[in-house]
Design a protein around this ligand. Structure first.
Ligand SMILES: *Cc1c(COP(=O)(O)O)cnc(C)c1O
Length: 396
């Protein structure tokens, strides 16, 4: 049956058509203005059309677009070094075009490490309920959400999905065939659940004890989202062996990375992995400019200050609407409200009041605004949310 256009019907976008962005605002064809508090789901961290990113992309576009990794890509080694210099455990990077590809590379790196270091039987990757790792065949299996796997054939073997927070189940699940544990330091899609610091340290200790690779998926919570370059940097002694990153790294240009220690990556030799577009000149140019912005004085401080203010304001809203807001979720500017009314209703009403927000699992209203917002933007968002909550309340 033909729908009203030729695009796969996997998404149901609203009627508004955005044609322009500037800072944290988006504009429709008709010129209507919206405050963007979702930023392409934690992607446009520097807002829209940031002059430095535009300059980096356009000057690169005038020079050289594509080579493939069969040649040295301009800027690639330098960007890899800049990221590794920020992470004391990291030595090697494979650049990708997306989060799912970064997770795929991380899982391949972990299995290959076990295979070549004398444990070819270690193939299983342990993951947790509420996880989200992407939409490719293996990353949906890793995420373990049955809704995302239905109708796509047999689940790929080699994944064990455990209940989030069930320590006993985790201990029991580790066996001779376990290769790695894969976890998001802050679950995004699953409802903005941060893993407590002691859990990250516990996972590190467990992986060391059993010779497992610890993989973090920081695709959503990385790139400055929590006020540090990566979320796990808040936790002393909680570093991974391998990490997937993407979303915010390119500020809207497709750029991801699988980052690994020298030990973990040592067997990823010629022929083991590849990508046509990954790490290309355009992505590298934007990646450098994005990292420049994140390294500017005051950038991370702004994320921390504004997110504290946002949290205070959310507390206020919760007191105002105790029948509608159950709790605050998240970390830094990856923040949400777990609601007692349908999250999609509030999202739609918020849009009517000029505010764009997202949803996540567990009936959470998800917010991931550009990292450059000010307290005034927060006030504007809270005002729109107050109106949206009031509308939904009066309708009920
Ligand atoms: C978005 C996301 C992915 C998948 O990234 P894509 O770029 O959509 O492939 C993987 N992991 C997490 C935690 C994500 O939020």
């Amino acid at each position: 049956m033909a729908a009203n256009n030729n695009i796969y019907d996997c998404y149901r976008p609203p009627a508004q058509e955005f044609v322009r962005g500037e800072g944290p605002y988006l504009y429709t064809k008709e010129g209507d203005k919206y405050l963007d508090f979702i930023a392409g789901i934690a992607v446009a961290g520097f807002g829209h059309a940031h002059p430095k990113l535009v300059e980096a992309l356009t000057s690169q576009a005038a020079n050289l677009w594509h080579l493939s990794n069969m040649f040295k890509n301009p800027g690639q080694a330098e960007l890899a070094k800049r990221y590794c210099d920020q992470l004391e455990w990291a030595d090697k990077i494979f650049f990708t075009n997306s989060g799912a590809e970064a997770v795929e590379c991380a899982m391949k790196t972990a299995r290959r490490y076990q295979y070549d270091s004398g444990h070819p039987e270690r193939v299983d990757i342990i993951t947790f309920s509420g996880a989200f790792h992407g939409r490719t065949m293996s990353t949906v299996t890793a995420g373990g959400n049955p809704k995302y796997m239905e109708g796509f054939g047999p689940a790929i073997p080699g994944f064990i999905n455990l209940e989030f927070g069930d320590h006993e189940a985790l201990k029991a699940a580790i066996s001779d065939t376990t290769a790695a544990i894969l976890v998001e330091p802050v679950q995004g899609e699953g409802g903005l659940r941060p893993l407590p610091p002691e859990c990250l340290r516990g996972l590190r200790a467990m992986c060391d004890e059993h010779g497992l690779m610890l993989i973090y998926d920081e695709v959503q919570c990385g790139a400055g989202r929590t006020g540090k370059l990566f979320a796990h940097q808040w936790v002393e002694g909680g570093h991974p062996d391998i990490m997937a990153a993407a979303k915010g790294m390119g500020g809207g240009y497709p750029l991801g990375a699988c980052i690994a220690s020298a030990e973990a990556a040592q067997y990823m030799v010629p022929g083991t992995h590849g990508s046509t577009y990954g790490g290309g000149p355009m992505a590298m140019a934007v990646g450098h400019a994005a990292l420049d912005l994140m390294e500017e004085d005051g950038f991370m401080e702004n994320v921390i200050q504004v997110s504290n203010f946002l949290k205070q304001q959310f507390e206020g809203l919760k007191d105002e609407f105790p029948d509608m807001i159950e709790e605050l979720r998240g970390k830094g500017l990856l923040m949400g409200l777990k609601l007692k009314v349908p999250n999609v209703d509030v999202r739609m009403k918020a849009m009517e009041h000029g505010l764009l927000v997202g949803t996540a699992g567990d009936n959470v209203l998800r917010m991931a605004p550009p990292l450059i917002i000010t307290e005034d933007h927060v006030r504007e968002a809270i005002e729109a949310l107050r109106k949206a909550l009031t509308d939904v309340k009066n309708k009920a």
